[in-house]
Design a protein around this ligand. Structure first.
Ligand code: AMP
Length: 203
């Protein structure tokens, strides 16, 4: 992640999503729909570089429509998550930390789709880094089929109980449809951190 800079126009979107298909067809459908929409809007895709699950569906659709798709995968996962063979660029990095830093560096906004623990971890890292002023890139949650309702409730509970900053929650762009989410993200200027603007070098 580069040092904190002013928000820049959104040209590439980093998408966090499951390495599995999920239990309902709607998840794969929306991964394809998001891939198609990003290409239609002229936006590049940055993602985890796998060919499986929602990750693979998103990449396949964007590539099929002529989009730019950049994958970032740690060497240790090249076989396990089956590195996508047809990407515009594939960065093979040494560690999970290097993966997330590279994905963030290459993109101007973040979107989390349904996914598992890996997706949650990636989402919470970019939210907390935004909170600390490490980046000012907008973050969106694509709440497909109500998947994120329990997480949203947990975040609301955290705010009601005084542990989660309400302004931080309000900065998270949550939508059910890819079009409205991407429209809002491309307009959004991420919340400027209120506190001391840390840089990655200080973390
Ligand atoms: P999941 O949401 O669990 O299906 O995982 C989605 C992606 O997140 C996969 O490519 C995982 O390799 C990745 N992932 C899992 N844990 C981490 C982590 N700690 N840091 C970065 N990526 C992760």
């Amino acid at each position: 992640m580069p040092k904190s800079t002013a928000p820049r126009p959104v040209r590439r979107v980093c998408v966090f999503c499951g390495a599995r298909d999920g239990a309902r067809p709607v998840y794969l459908e929306f991964a394809r729909a998001l891939g198609a929409l990003l290409v239609e809007r002229g936006l590049g895709v940055v993602y985890g570089g796998a060919s499986v699950g929602l990750m693979g569906a998103l990449a396949d659709e964007a590539l099929a429509r002529g989009g730019e798709v950049i994958g970032v995968l740690p060497q240790a996962l090249v076989d396990r998550e089956i590195a996508h063979a047809g990407l515009s660029e594939l960065h093979v990095v040494d560690t999970m930390h290097a993966r997330k830093a590279k994905m963030a560096e290459l993109s101007d906004a973040f979107v989390a789709m349904p996914g598992g623990l890996g997706t949650f971890e990636e989402l919470f890292e970019v939210i907390t880094w935004q909170m600390l002023g490490i980046h000012q890139k907008p973050i969106g949650l694509l709440d497909v089929g109500g998947y994120y309702a329990p997480l949203r409730a947990a975040l609301e509970h955290g705010a009601a109980e005084g542990f989660v900053d309400r302004a931080q929650l309000d900065a998270l762009v949550i939508e059910h449809e890819p079009v409205t989410l991407i429209d809002r993200l491309t307009r959004a200027h991420a919340m400027r951190a209120k506190g001391r603007g840390l840089t990655l070098d200080e973390t």
